[in-house]
Design a protein around this ligand. Sequence first.
Ligand code: GAP
Length: 413
Amino acid sequence: MKEEKENDLMEKIVSLCKRRGFVFQGSEIYGGFAGFYDYAHFGLALQNNIKNSWWKKFVDLRRDMYGLNSSIILNPKVWEASGHVAGFSDPMADGKQFNVMFKTQVGAGEEAVTSYLRPETAQGMFVNFKNTVDAFHPKLPFGMAQIGKAFRNEIAPRDFIFRQREFEQMEIEYFIRPEEWKKYFEYWRDEMMEWMEEIGIDMGKVHELDVPDGDRAHYSKRTIDFEFDYPFGKKELFGLAYRTDFDLKNHKLEYIDEEASEKIVPHVIEPSMGIDRAILALLVSAYAEDPEGEQAPYGAGEKEKRVYLKFKPSIAPVICAVSPLLKNKPELVEYANNKVFAPLKEEFGRVAWDDNGNIGKRYRRQDEIGTPFCIVIDFDTLTDDTVTVRDRDSGKQERVKVSELKEYIKEKI
Ligand code: GAP
C-alpha cells in the first residue's frame, strides 16, 4: 500500500516536471532515449541556483579553493593511470564485467585514438594538480573544485533523473597531509550536511551509510554515502570518499613544501555531489498537497485541491510572479508592468509575469512552480498604490504598499 502511494508520488513529480517546464524526456518526439533528460526553463533555473549556492559556499567564500573547468575528453592515458580502464565496470546479468565509460574516437583515419567521455570530473582536477600549484602556490591543505558533466554507460538507467547516462557533478578534491585525513573527513562530512540543509533538502530523509569493504570504488579507503529516501527507496544522494594518495601517485605527481623543504604526495578527501540527484531530492522534499485547497480571491473559481513546491526562496526558480487582475484592462496592465514588474525584475531577476487565465489558475500554476509570492494588481491599486501579496505555503494574503514591495520581499527571503 505504502509502495503504491510512493510510486504515485514519483509519477506526480515526473508529470509536474513536464507540465510546468522543469525536465523533459530527452529526444522525446523520437520515443526518448534511455538515460538522457533535458532541463527546461524552470529546471535550469533550479539547477543554476543550486550550482551558484554550491560555488559560493565552497569556492567564493573560502580562501583555500581553486576552481577549474577542464575538458570532458582527456588523453586516454589519464584513464589508464586512474584505474578506470581496468576497473570502472558493473557486473552484467550473465556475469560478464562491463566497463561503463563511453568510448569515442578522437581524430580521423589511422591517426584516430580511442578515448572516453569522463565518467567523473575528478580526474580533470588531478591532472591539473601541478599546474594549479605552480600558478597559485597554495599551502596544504587546499582544494580544487569543478562543476561539469560526467558520462556513464549505465547498464540500467532508471528512476527519472536519478540514474542517467549523462549527468552533472559538483566535486571537490581536497589535498591534505596524510596524518590529517580523519580530521578533514569529519570536517567535509559536516560541510556537506550543512549545505544540504541550506538548500532545503529534507534532512529527516537523509541517512549516512559507511560503505563496507568490497563495495567501495577502487580508489577509496573510506566512503560515506549520503542516502536519501526517494519514493523508489533509500538510495545514494551524494558521496564522501577518502581517496588516499591513489590518484596523485598514479599520475606521478607530488607537492613540494618549500618552507619545510620536503616532498610529499598529498592525500585527498573528496566530497562529490550529483546535481540531478540534488534536484530530485529537492523536488521530493518540497512537494506538498493541500487537499482542503484554497478559495481564490476575486471570485475566481471553486475551492480546489492544490499542489505546491515549498522551495526555499533562495533556490526557487521564480521568487515572485506579478499579475494584473484582468489582462484586458490597459490601466491595470500598464501599472503592473511599469510600477511593479519592471522594478522587481531589475532587483531580483527571477520574477515572472503571469496574466494567463483567472487568478485561481495563476495561483495553481505558480504553486506548482514553487513561486513563494504572487502579487496581484487590482482596481484598488490604482487608487491606493497597494497590491495583494499572497504567500505560497499559507495561502495568506496581505495588502502591501507598492513603494515597500522590494523591502517586503527582501525581508521574507
Ligand atoms: N568522483 C567520485 C565519483 O564520481 P560516484 O559516487 O561514482 O563518485 C558521485 O559519483 C556522485 O555523482 C553520486 O553521489 C551521485 O550524486 C552522482 N551520480 C553518479 N552516477 C550518477 C548517474 N548515473 N546519474 C546521476 N547522478 C549520478
